[in-house]
Design a protein around this ligand. Structure first.
Ligand code: XLS
Ligand code: NI
Ligand code: NI
Length: 433
């Protein structure tokens, strides 16, 4: 045991009236919700980068955290992994997620970085063998190092494309070895700063071919997990090619990958794209590309991806409703892509941020499940579209425009508008919150 979380107990469910700070009030892993354990619904994951690698910087100041594992050696990387698994144990989370750069020190060359990664994968494999927590997804950090500043697969320099290929191959191999259930690609630098120096068509073509190569390689090594794209409109690039779910779907169609690749949808990214989180989830589900979620929240005044811990269950209930309506997670889960604020220095802050986030999601799941089980909202939705079940309506979709048009005079149609009942449905939601 390390000293880092000394004195902090394992978190247990104590119910909504608990007076203990170190307790779950709503997240009860074994409780059945719609016939399934809450833990198996939510499939929580801790994100290594925010909790263990991020130094607490912002655009106006550098490091605020002084973690005993900060530094560029393998010994410190192992200490970091020890502390990480201690936190996973305290929280009882089933999963974690990482980038290569979170778990290993950067080497002077690709070969050295790869050796470091391999050594840390051995270490993580041993950790996983003796702990409950397993890998939800792995990914490569192709945004931080200066080599990626003009993009990874979309870089104007083909040597960087090669480096990106080597990097993703190494990370997919690592994820495969660790039994990861998904592999994520988020293209923070796959976009541009200015059109004045950018061949947008070439960059998109290279990104598409790259993704095909990733899928081909996945099948070659027998990786059974899902490949997930994480949409985001901008930041760090001024414009990213994976803007939102709709854009990603168009991209996948263009490159013939819509049955091979799904999405990892992040709350804060949806907001940045001008959508709601639930819209992005519902759209992905309807297109058959819903995979997993990164849960967090943005500060609604700042316009940045502030990656705060979720604390608003009525808002999250709308998202979990769409996830449940889509049948729930398969390989995906709820990854806390969230960081404590830079003033939150204490080890306890890290733990309690996750406890609050897990409780928020659990509450949201329970609201969503109650709403679904009551069928009140769905009954309204079915009624609203019921007339599409009639033979005349169905025939219109298989016939042509003229046949549909002919119904107007033949049947003397004069449609009467009906209430959409929005406020009544919002009131209904409030009953379940
Ligand atoms: C950044 C992204 C990143 C991905 C993983 O905004 O959310 O954290 O989830 O590379
Ligand atoms: Ni994310
Ligand atoms: Ni993000």
């Amino acid at each position: 045991m390390t000293e880092f979380f000394k004195g902090i107990p394992a978190i247990r469910y104590e119910g909504p009236d608990s007076q203990t700070e170190y307790a779950f009030r709503h997240y009860n892993p074994d409780e059945l919700v719609m016939g399934k354990r809450m833990e198996d619904h939510l499939r929580f994951a801790v994100a290594y980068w925010h909790s263990f690698a991020w130094p607490g910087g912002d655009p106006f100041g550098g490091q605020t955290f002084e973690r005993p594992w900060f530094g560029d050696t393998i010994a410190l990387a192992k200490l970091k992994a020890d502390v990480a698994f201690e936190m996973f144990d305290i929280l009882g989370v089933p999963f974690y997620c990482f980038h290569d750069a979170d778990v290993r020190p950067e080497g002077a060359t690709f070969a050295e970085s790869k050796r470091h990664l391999d050594e840390m994968v051995d270490y993580l494999e041993a950790k996983q063998a003796s702990h409950k927590t397993q890998l939800l997804w792995g990914t490569a950090n192709m945004t931080s190092h200066r080599r990626w500043m003009s993009g990874a697969a979309t870089n104007p320099d083909p040597d960087v494309y090669a480096y990106a290929a080597a990097t993703v191959k190494a990370n997919l191999d690592a994820t495969h070895r660790l039994g990861g259930q998904n592999y994520v690609l988020w293209g923070g630098r796959e976009g541009y700063e200015t059109l004045q120096n950018t061949d947008l068509g070439a960059e998109r073509a290279h990104a598409g071919r790259f993704l095909q190569q990733v899928v081909e390689y996945k099948h070659k090594i027998g990786f059974k997990g899902a490949i997930l794209i994480e949409p985001k409109p901008q930041e760090p690039s001024k414009h990213q090619y994976d803007y939102d779910v709709a854009t990603v779907y168009g991209f996948l169609k263009e490159f013939g990958l819509e049955r091979e690749v799904k999405t990892n949808i992040e709350q804060g990214h949806a907001i940045l794209a001008g959508h709601s989180f639930e819209h992005e989830i519902a759209l992905a589900a309807s297109l058959g590309i819903f995979g997993s979620i990164d849960i967090n929240r943005n500060d609604y005044q700042s316009g940045w991806d502030t990656d705060q811990f979720p604390n608003n269950h009525p808002e999250k209930a709308l998202a979990f409703y769409e996830i449940q309506r889509a049948g729930g997670f398969t390989t995906g889960g709820t990854n806390f892509d969230a960081k404590v604020r830079r003033q939150s220095l204490d080890p306890a802050d890290l733990i309690l941020a996750h406890v609050g986030g897990m409780d928020t999601c659990a509450r949201a799941l329970k609201c969503a499940a109650a709403m679904l089980e009551s069928d009140e909202l769905e009954a309204n939705r079915r009624a609203r579209y019921a007339r599409w079940e009639t033979p005349a309506a169905k025939a219109m979709l298989s016939g042509g425009l003229e046949a549909a048009a002919a119904r107007v005079t033949a049947e003397g149609l004069e449609p009467q508008p009906k209430s959409g009942r929005q406020e009544r449905l919002e009131n209904l939601w409030n009953k379940y919150i």
